[in-house]
Design a protein around this ligand. Structure first.
Ligand code: PA5
Length: 447
C-alpha cells in the first residue's frame, strides 16, 4: 500500500472492536467483487474503474493542446457545468493550486465557474469581470441538456461570438459532452467547436479524471500526467485483499458506524484548499448512497474555522455524526514562526517552529477531544497535495464509495431523486410537454 494515503483507525478503538472489522470482511469483499466483476446494479457505469490505465490517449493529448491554446490566447477561462460536470475540476484546481487561484501571480488564465446556479447576480458579475479581457469557454454537460449550464452557455456563447465572430469562436469554445448524442453535441458539430468526450460508462460524479475535469485542471497549469499516475497506482492498491485495502476498510467502517446509529459523516480538513474537495465528496457519496430512504448524510467542515461555529455541536450536541479527518502531512507551503524577545502577545510558546506544527497539534487535540466526546474519528493521512497524491485520493474515494454503496444495498450509480425538482421547475417554467403538471403545481401554489 502506498504512503500517499493511509487510513489511521487508532482513534476508533472505543467504537469498533477488531472482531467487528473481521465480521465485515465477507460482506465487504462481496460488495467489492460486485464492483470488480461488474455484476451489480448500475454495472454499466463502471468505466471509472479502469480509466487511469484505459483512457483515450489521443484525446488526452488534445486536452493538453487545448489547455496550451487557452493559456496562450485567454486571460480568463469560463468553465460551465453543474454537479459532476463542475465540482471535481474546481476541487482539484483549488487543492492543487489554491482557493485563491485567480489572485495568484501566474501564467495561466483566471478561471470562473458558471452554470452551477441560476443567479442573475452571479452571472452578471462574471460577465462584467470578463469585460475587456480575452476569454475562452469550456462547457461541460454529459446530457447536453441540463438547464443551468445550457442557459449560461447561451449567454457566454453570445458574448464570445459578438467579441470574436463566429469563426473566432471556434478557437475559443470547447465542448465536453456525450460522444454522439445530445443538444450540445449537435450544436458543437454544427458550429465547429472542438469536442471532448464524457464516456457513456462514467457518471458525472465519477468523471473528474475524464475530459470533464482534465481540461480545466490542465488549463490551470496542473500536471494531469501525474494525476493519472496517482490514480493508476490507486487502482492497483485498492484492488488488493481486505486486510491490505484501505478503501475497503473505510467502506466497512462507514457501514459499521452507520448501523450503530451514526447517521452522518463529516469530512473534515484543516486547510481551506481542501474545502471544494469536500463539496466533491458530498456529491460523490450523497448522490451515490442517498437512496431508498437510506444512506449516511455526507457533510463537511474546515477546521479550525468551523471549530468556532460547529465545534460546540460536534463536541456536545446530538450524537449523530462521525468524522473523517483529512490529515495533510506536508502542506504546499509552510511558515516559520519567529520568536519575539518581548513576547507581548504571550505567543512564544508557539514559535521557533513551522506553522504546520501548530495546525497539526490543533488536529490531534481535536481528534482526541471529539472521539472522547462520543464522536468516532477516522483519520486519512494524506502525504501532500501534489497531483500524484490527489489522483490517488480521488480514486480511493470513488472505489470506497462504490463498495460502500453495495454494502448498503443500493445502486451507487443512478440518481433518480434528482429528477423530481427538475420536473417541477420545467413545469412551472412552461416547458412544452409539462402542461398538466404545471396546472397541478400552480393549484398547489394557489395561483
Ligand atoms: O453526477 C451526476 O450525474 C450529476 O451531478 C450530473 O453531473 C449533473 O446533473 C450535470 O449533468 P450533465 O453533465 O448532464 O449536464
Amino acid at each position: 500500500m502506498s504512503e500517499l494515503l493511509k487510513l489511521n483507525t487508532k482513534y476508533l478503538e472505543k467504537y469498533i472492536a477488531p472482531h467487528e472489522m473481521e465480521a465485515m470482511k465477507a460482506q465487504t469483499m462481496l460488495a467489492a467483487d460486485t464492483v470488480m466483476n461488474k455484476t451489480g446494479e448500475g454495472n454499466d457505469f463502471l468505466g471509472w474503474l479502469d480509466l487511469p490505465v484505459d483512457y483515450d490517449k489521443e484525446e488526452f493529448a488534445r486536452i493538453k493542446a487545448a489547455a496550451a491554446k487557452i493559456k496562450k490566447n485567454s486571460d480568463i477561462l469560463i468553465v460551465i457545468g453543474i454537479g459532476g460536470s463542475y465540482l471535481g475540476a474546481r476541487a482539484a484546481i483549488e487543492l492543487l493550486k489554491s482557493p485563491m487561484y485567480n489572485s495568484l501571480k501566474k501564467d495561466t488564465p483566471d478561471i470562473y465557474y458558471v452554470g452551477n446556479n441560476i443567479s442573475p447576480t452571479y452571472l452578471n458579475e462574471v460577465i462584467s469581470i470578463c469585460e475587456g479581457r480575452d476569454i475562452s469557454v469550456n462547457v461541460i454537460s454529459k446530457s447536453g441538456t441540463t438547464t443551468e449550464p445550457a442557459l449560461a452557455f447561451r449567454v457566454f456563447r453570445d458574448i464570445v461570438i459578438k467579441k470574436y465572430g463566429r469563426d473566432g469562436a471556434k478557437e475559443r469554445i470547447f465542448c465536453t459532452t456525450d460522444r454522439a448524442k445530445g443538444t450540445l453535441k449537435e450544436l458543437a458539430d454544427k458550429e465547429g467547436y472542438e469536442t471532448f468526450v464524457v464516456p457513456d460508462d462514467i457518471g458525472g460524479r465519477f468523471s473528474v479524471l475524464t475530459a470533464v475535469g482534465l481540461l480545466p485542471i490542465a488549463a490551470a497549469g496542473c500536471d494531469i500526467d501525474a494525476l493519472m499516475e496517482g490514480a493508476a497506482l490507486a487502482r492497483t492498491d485498492f484492488a488488493k485483499p481486505y486486510e491490505e485495502n484501505d478503501a475497503y476498510k473505510y467502506a466497512a467502517i462507514r457501514n459499521i458506524l452507520y448501523r450503530k446509529g451514526f447517521s452522518a459523516e463529516m469530512l473534515v480538513s484543516y486547510d481551506p484548499s481542501y474545502q471544494m474537495m469536500t463539496e466533491w465528496y458530498k456529491q460523490l457519496f450523497g448522490e451515490s448512497e442517498g437512496k431508498d430512504s437510506k444512506g449516511l448524510f455526507p457533510t463537511a467542515a474546515t477546521f479550525s474555522t468551523d471549530l468556532h461555529s460547529m465545534g460546540q455541536f460536534i463536541q456536545d450536541g446530538t450524537k449523530l455524526l462521525f468524522e473523517t479527518v483529512v490529515d495533510i502531512k506536508k502542506p504546499k507551503a509552510d511558515l516559520f514562526l519567529e520568536d519575539d524577545p518581548e513576547n507581548l502577545d504571550g505567543l512564544n510558546f508557539l514559535t521557533n517552529q513551522n506553522m504546520s506544527v501548530v495546525n497539526h497539534k490543533a488536529l490531534e487535540g481535536t481528534v482526541i477531544a471529539h472521539s472522547e466526546g462520543g464522536v468516532p474519528n477516522i483519520v486519512l493521512e494524506m502525504a501532500d497535495t501534489t497531483e500524484k497524491t490527489v489522483g490517488y485520493m480521488i480514486y480511493f474515494f470513488e472505489k470506497a464509495c462504490a463498495v460502500s454503496g453495495y454494502l448498503l444495498g443500493i445502486n451507487p450509480f443512478n440518481q433518480p431523486g434528482v429528477e423530481s425538482y427538475k420536473k417541477n421547475m420545467f413545469a412551472l417554467l412552461g416547458k412544452p410537454g409539462y402542461e398538466d403538471h404545471k396546472a397541478a403545481l400552480e393549484a398547489k401554489l394557489g395561483k
